[in-house]
Ligand binder design. Sequence first.
Ligand code: HSE
Length: 437
Amino acid sequence: MSKPLRIGIAGLGTVGAGVVKILAARGDYLAAACGRAIELVAVSARNTNKDRGIDLSGVRWESDPMALARADDIDLVAELIGGSEGVARELVEAALKAGKHVVTANKALLAHHGTALARIAEEKGVALNYEAAVAGGIPIVKTMRESLAGNEIRSIHGILNGTCNYILTEMETTGRDFADVLKDAQALGYAEADPTFDVGGIDAAHKLAILASLAFGTEVDFANVHIEGIEKISATDIAFAREFGFKVKLLAIAEKANGGVVQRVHPALVPEGTPLAAVSGVYNAVAVDGDRVGHLVLEGRGAGEGPTASAVLSDLADIARGLIVPPFILPAKKLKAPAKAAMDTHKSSFYLRFLAVDRAGSMAEITRALAQASVSIERIVQRGAPVGKGGDGRLPVVFITHETDEGTMARVRALLADHEDVAGTPLVIRIEDGELR
Ligand code: HSE
């Protein structure tokens, strides 16, 4: 058997501890499958006293994670600290420059610096693997790289944030409010260190930017992802959506359009009965549309110890076997420059919810305003019960529009926000159905 692959792990949080557990439980299997052992040589974590339920006897502790990048007895650094800057970035850069392989679960780092890091890895002839960075346990990076090589990818639709999907599912099934359910997701170890990254759509956007690069052969282009989060979605919207035959999901979409690529993350109404509508709880899913394979949907747990550590192990196993490939499929110098397509010509139907003043003729005026903007209404629901304590003369109204473009919808939203018969700013949610069936 060849010499072991000697690894150092930086970060022993949920994921790092999970990796140590799998190495202990499946060490013999991995050695046999890879033709060499994967040997844990050193670790670095802030808290040396915490009981993580792992056995680290015989493993060296480094107080400075950068020591892992310098150590002569380490071939591979697993960066499981997180964050796009600071120690995680310094460690990955230093390890690659020192000619060590890197495995990371750090989507923020790759979204911001992926192409630059890939250049360093390729110059040094080492691997930069990150299966765990996108959709947790779902093997989507390998699928894009290995299984779909014969396809031109037309679009990707993903549910890429377990915390958001968990929150939306819990709000739907229990009627509990947003903040309450978010606390559960944090306690379960799904949420980011800063949970606004989850609920604000940023984490999903990090993952989407990586997937878009793999799908379209472009440099990673996080700066051009359109991002909206789920903070404004209420239990009322979820109930209305259900009444109309939809689920509310935070979707991450990358598609070719107008000679470029549109990347967008936002809440969407997804028709019941479609694959993505059925994805619940902490589960993630990625629907890929390839010109030869057609629609393909992969579903699995997107966060948590076991699924994320499982993905890290798949990267370690590849490197142990000697599979060293360009991180973004194409060599970094062949990746095309970002090709942002403008979103305002994108067309869809929309869900529009607002509070209307309850007086004779107000609905007629509001619908006239939409007609003037050339927006055709497919359905209107007006609830009889006024909202607010004891009723304050405002009624919740929902419109479902026929297909229109983003630019027009933005104008309608502004127009309604200024309308004297509308209270507050209307909530607009896109309806996504075409590609998902
Ligand atoms: N906070 C992330 C999520 C963890 O909820 O999906 C996995 O990246």
